[in-house]
Design a protein around this ligand. Structure first.
Ligand code: TXA
Ligand code: MG
Length: 338
């Protein structure tokens, strides 16, 4: 039997803009008019960003936002990120913007950085899971920025995957998993960064990184000086999304020295390596040249492919632990936790 993605690919080849799946007709297109109309009517639209695809709704409409949680099977204690068209729009959703937050927005937006700020009462509690702070970001994607500029409200959007699974980095990934549950996927091609945004809490005295991601810690520290990194506090209510098992494939993934792992797990394995090749095995290399940006861009698609093959276990190795490498290693650790 062909894999789900092959079936979908087949359908896409026949009718490039419409998928007919179980319960809903999902359009995959670049049509902003349709996306605008749906969002204004309180519906969900999957949107491309430079990090991963998001599942978006009007951030100021609690009824619309509830659909996001239902569609993703997401627990209500896990807050959503609010996507804005520009730094000005932040004032509509946050009550105070610290000097550090201003500097970061000025230099790094649009880009893969979410800034946590004190929440404006206008933002419904469901968006922030009852927290008095809100995470905001201006994504760096032409189509989505055009959409945000044309809308009279910001967009709440988590990654467009079922809760706990690997985030989608293409429209097809979204269709594979949520295609029957949402009316429209705005197709913005493959994500150029490939891992979720870095999250920094600027609502307190000391800026604290809550999630490692597409903006390197080093880059942030060049702009505002030393920051605390609190990204591994997996059970902290400050960052409910930092749950242990996250970004995880369905089959077991083990991370460590691949030769040692091979010794333990035998031959019914596939291998996710950084740059070395493993000829006798099903193997995906994240970057032949050892480029961490390329590795980040390829990470989630590679995990999906290996999850779909016939081998029992995925063996992976850590990448160098600096720059985007820290975010990649964080995702590998989480993917290996069940
Ligand atoms: O790159 C990204 O950030 C993508 C794209 C779509 O923008 N979005 C994304 O959203 O990764 P999501 O829902 O998968 O992860 C959002 C995480 C939450 O799990 C939570 O940890 C954190 O953001 N978060 C959101 N608001 C927060 C807040 N007020 N305080 C602390 N953490 C917050
Ligand atoms: Mg997510």
């Amino acid at each position: 039997m062909p894999a789900m993605h092959q079936v979908l690919q087949g359908l896409l080849e026949i009718r490039p803009h419409t998928l007919h799946l179980c319960t809903m007709e999902t359009h995959i297109a670049t049509d902003l008019v349709e996306a605008l109309a749906l969002l204004k009517a309180g519906k969900l639209v999957a949107i491309p960003t430079e990090t991963v695809y998001g599942l978006a709704a009007n951030a100021l409409d609690a009824d619309a936002v509830i659909h996001i949680f239902e569609t993703k099977n997401r627990p209500h204690f896990d807050p959503l990120i609010v996507h804005v068209a520009d730094a000005n729009q932040v004032k509509e959703v946050a009550t105070h913007i610290s000097d550090d937050a201003y500097r970061l927005m000025e230099v790094l937006w649009p880009g893969p950085l979410t800034i946590v700020l004190p929440k404006h009462e206008r933002v419904p509690h469901i968006v922030t899971s009852g927290l008095d702070t809100v995470g905001v970001r201006m994504p760096n994607h032409t189509l989505t920025l055009e959409l945000l500029r044309a809308l009279p409200f910001p967009l709440a959007a988590p990654s467009a995957n079922p809760f706990g699974y690997i985030s989608p980095t293409s429209a097809l990934h979204v269709a594979e998993q949520l295609g029957d549950r949402i009316p429209f996927i705005l197709d913005g091609g493959e994500c150029t960064i490939g891992v979720e945004s870095t999250i920094i809490d600027c609502s307190q005295e000391t800026p604290t990184i809550l999630r490692l991601g597409g903006t390197a810690v080093e880059t942030i520290e060049e702009i505002i000086g030393p920051v605390k990194v609190n990204a591994i506090s997996t059970s902290s209510p400050q960052a409910p999304g930092m749950l242990h098992s996250h970004y995880a494939p369905r089959k077991p993934l083990r991370v460590g020295n691949i030769h040692d792992l091979l010794h333990d797990y035998g031959s019914d394995v596939s291998i996710l390596s950084f740059k070395d090749s493993f000829h006798n095995f099903r193997n995906i290399r994240l970057s032949e040249t050892g480029d961490l940006h390329e590795a980040a861009r390829n990470l989630f698609a590679a995990m999906r492919k290996l999850d779909a093959d016939s081998h029992g276990v995925i063996l992976a190795e850590f990448v160098p632990d600096y720059g985007l490498g820290r975010a990649i290693n964080d995702r590998l650790k989480r993917a290996s936790t069940r």
